[in-house]
Ligand binder design. Structure first.
Ligand SMILES: NCc1[nH]cc(CCC(=O)O)c1CC(=O)O
Ligand SMILES: [Zn+2]
Ligand SMILES: [Zn+2]
Length: 337
């Protein structure tokens, strides 16, 4: 029995096609490049802050005076884009998120600093109110605690314009209020920023369990209730497609799916139903923490798993990946593969 033979048909052989490190690479349609990486950065209102975030390995809350020194080596390694999140710890939060567009606040100051120091870096600002409202929700509320859409959208558009005026190349509303893409596009256009500011829509953003570390980092846990009335239900494939098509029709320049790994099917569908937009996905804080936790537990290798997760996103159709692994990838992409 041990010397039994079977003639494997010629056409059955695939292994010859991926027999070397090179031919393995040639099997991919697209490879991860530094251009595809956007790095999320937390900026707080203590200018000297450099505070470790326990749940996000290697990530910190930065004060404006530390930002240049932090970014300089990353830019030297090829960092192309960042997305800024404000974390007000001293500012007075209120019902309308007043600190969001404070001219002295860390986001507007951060945009100006990056624009003047690193001219080749594309600067994006996350636009949302949850980090700045006393109730911790992403929009303005009625007396009964429900979202009040018209004033929410007006306020979010106002904040987006303030970031554009500060020099942001891109604004990215993550609030999930209906109608905000059209409102922001209109407001930017009427204010002369129609051709100076890119609008990236968090379109298919799900009410995920993966945002925990971010909310700790940004101090944006809602005081009551949850975000399930504006972020999409995790099982909502149809709603996700409608949100993508709506945001495309309202004038988004880039569309996003978020989180990424649990929603690769949505990403693949987005590629098909909105094929003419750059497509972003956000490997969110909980996904990042999971990869780190698995590696720390000895389940797998961190670098291998980081590549595998992000290459899955590219295969599904992403052209831009927001990830906390960006500093690691800038090094890993320089190593022989
Ligand atoms: N507007 C909120 C916002 N902006 C970015 C993230 C998540 C990012 C991450 O988890 O890395 C969230 C999550 C939330 O809804 O609380
Ligand atoms: Zn929010
Ligand atoms: Zn946000």
């Amino acid at each position: 029995m041990s010397d039994a033979q079977y003639d494997i048909p010629r056409g059955a052989y695939l292994q010859g096609g991926y027999n070397t490190a090179l031919t393995q690479r040639l099997q991919a349609e697209r490879h991860l490049t530094k251009d595809m990486l956007m790095y999320p950065i937390f900026l707080t209102d203590d200018p000297e802050a450099e505070v470790t975030i326990a749940s996000l390995p290697g990530q910190k809350r930065w004060g404006i005076n530390k930002l240049h020194g932090f970014l300089e080596p990353l830019v030297r390694k090829g960092l192309r884009s960042v997305i800024l999140f404000g974390v007000p710890l001293k500012a007075q939060k209120d019902y309308r998120g007043t600190p969001a567009d404070d001219q002295e606040g860390p986001v507007i100051q951060g945009v100006k600093l990056i624009r003047s120091s690193f001219p080749d870096v594309t600067v994006s600002c996350d636009v949302c109110l949850c980090e700045y409202t006393d109730h911790g929700h992403c929009g303005l509320l009625r007396d009964d605690g429900t979202i009040d859409p018209p004033p929410s959208v007006a306020r979010i558009a106002e904040v987006a314009l303030a970031y554009a005026e500060a020099g942001a190349h891109m604004v990215a509303p993550s609030d999930m209020m209906d109608g905000r893409i059209g409102a922001i596009k209109d407001y930017l256009t009427r204010s002369g920023y129609g051709n100076r500011c890119c609008l990236m829509a968090y379109s298919a953003k799900f009410a995920s369990g993966c945002y925990g570390p971010f909310r700790e980092a940004a101090g944006s846990v809602p005081n009551f209730g949850n975000r399930r009335c504006y972020q999409l239900p995790p099982n909502a494939r149809g709603l996700a497609k409608r949100a993508l098509l709506r945001d495309a029709s309202e004038g988004a320049d880039i569309l996003m799916v978020k989180p990424a790994t649990p929603y690769l099917d949505i990403l693949a569908e987005a590629r098909i139903i909105t094929p003419n937009h750059p497509l972003a996905c956000y490997q969110v804080s909980g996904e990042f923490a999971m990869v780190h936790a698995g590696a720390r537990a000895g389940v797998f290798d961190l670098k291998q798993m980081a590549f595998e997760t992000v290459e899955g996103m590219l295969r599904a159709g992403a052209t831009l990946v927001l990830t906390y692994f960006t500093p690691d990838f800038l090094e890993w992409l320089d190593e022989p593969r």
